[in-house]
Write a protein that binds this ligand. Structure first.
Ligand SMILES: Cc1ncc(COP(=O)(O)O)c(C=O)c1O
Length: 389
């Protein structure tokens, strides 16, 4: 059994697997822990090379025990593209884009929800729910449909229409909520409690982060088990960043990488930058950001449950957090499109825009191998981008 137990990220309390779990009693998110000694033997690079090109190639460090319980649409193992033309434009010749736009439902959210819905079903749930800025909701809808579960998605009222149509097409119930994703989160939690639904909100259940962490495993494998110098990651709830940080530690324990870590850079929008502010002020948690506003809806997260984990990873890695304006985000989308043929989601555009900023502030140098994450396709954001295009 690869999964041995779950452990609280705040108080280290241990929980047995095989039961529906959300947060620890102390309110901390739970992390899955594995028998890494056994996983290391199974995952030797020669063995891995023969495995399927999806995130399930890392199943020795994933919580789904029985392959029959996997609910999959072929997620993961996305391309790591060398981005020479974009790199030349921003003065970073060793630039790569990890392009998540080809995932099922068009974003990296597919990774987390493949794992969360598979585990929900394996643990006996018949209905799942979460609050979403759009992409997580459509991914939940798709995986729930594929697994025969009922999905309930709570979104802010201004979510682009494409997400409503897509998510409803998967047979999910979509509830629009006045306010931001935090308000949608409250409504979702209340209904989940009343109805007994399995709640899949970011870090409120332990398995979405396990799907996201596979981005870290892929990066290492695709780079010949040598991690890059720097990673730029668009950060809302931050599960991707937290997941990759967890993956690097697991890979070090298994002897796949050394103790050196990439510098982690969290990219946020100027209109919602709680992590940037908390980092600059030396805080361990990020206070709620009032009046959050940005066209990058995935970054409009005024309070992240895993803020302390994000801030810890940024500090331990000697990275930082940086904010970009909506105009810069749109320019980032245009730059990546024109130089590399990649029409990114605004969140990916934000990470591209941050390259210049981090270069001119001296955080990134031309000698660095830099990976920027494009977390989703731009196709769903045409109406969102139009006003500033
Ligand atoms: C395309 C895209 N990128 C980034 C994010 C932010 O992800 P996270 O909340 O895991 O930080 C989202 C969240 O909705 C998203 O849809």
């Amino acid at each position: 059994m690869p999964l041995t137990h779950l452990e609280c990220t705040k108080c280290s309390r241990r929980y047995e697997p095989g039961q529906v779990l959300n947060l620890c009693e102390c309110g901390g998110p739970l992390f899955a822990r594995y028998n890494l000694e056994r996983a290391a033997k199974n995952m030797r690079p020669g063995h891995l090379a023969l495995r399927e090109p999806t995130l399930w190639r890392y199943d020795d460090v994933l919580p789904v025990e029985n392959p029959d319980h996997r609910i999959s649409l072929g997620e993961g193992f996305t391309p790591l593209l060398s981005a020479r033309r974009l790199g030349a434009k921003v003065g970073l010749p060793r630039l790569f884009v990890k392009d998540e736009s080809g995932n099922p439902t068009g974003s990296f959210k597919a990774r987390g929800l493949a794992l969360a819905v598979s585990m929900a079903k394996a643990l006996g749930a018949t209905a799942v729910c979460l609050p979403s800025a759009g992409n997580a909701g459509s991914a939940l809808g798709a995986y729930a449909a594929r697994g025969g579960l009922k999905a309930h998605v709570f979104v802010p009222r201004d979510v682009p229409r494409v997400f409503l149509m897509e998510t409803e097409a998967y047979g999910a119930e979509v509830v629009t909520v006045k306010g931001l994703i935090s308000d949608a989160g409250k409504a979702c939690a209340e209904r989940a409690k009343q109805e007994g639904w399995y709640e899949c909100a970011t870090l409120k259940e332990p398995y979405r982060v396990e799907g996201k962490k596979t981005m870290g495993y892929e990066l290492a494998e695709q780079m010949g088990w040598k991690l890059p110098d720097a990673i730029l990651y668009p950060t809302g709830g931050g599960t991707g960043l937290i997941g990759m940080w967890k993956a690097f530690r697991e890979m070090e324990v298994m002897g796949f990488v050394g103790p050196a870590r990439p510098r982690m850079y969290a990219v946020q929008a100027e209109g919602c930058a709680p992590i940037v502010k908390a980092f600059a002020e030396g805080l361990e948690e990020a206070p709620l950001w009032e009046n959050a506003q940005t066209l990058a809806h995935g970054l409009r997260v005024p309070k992240a449950l895993g803020d302390f984990l994000i801030l810890r990873a940024l500090r331990e890695s000697h990275g930082t957090a940086v904010a970009v304006s909506d105009a810069e985000i749109v320019q980032g989308v245009k730059d990546a499109s024109a130089t590399e043929g990649l029409f990114m989601a605004p969140e990916g555009g934000a990470a591209v825009a941050a390259l210049r900023k981090l270069k001119s502030s001296g955080h990134l140098s031309p000698d660095d191998t830099v990976v920027v994450f494009n977390t989703g396709t731009g196709y769903k954001y045409v109406e969102t981008l139009a006003p500033l295009w």
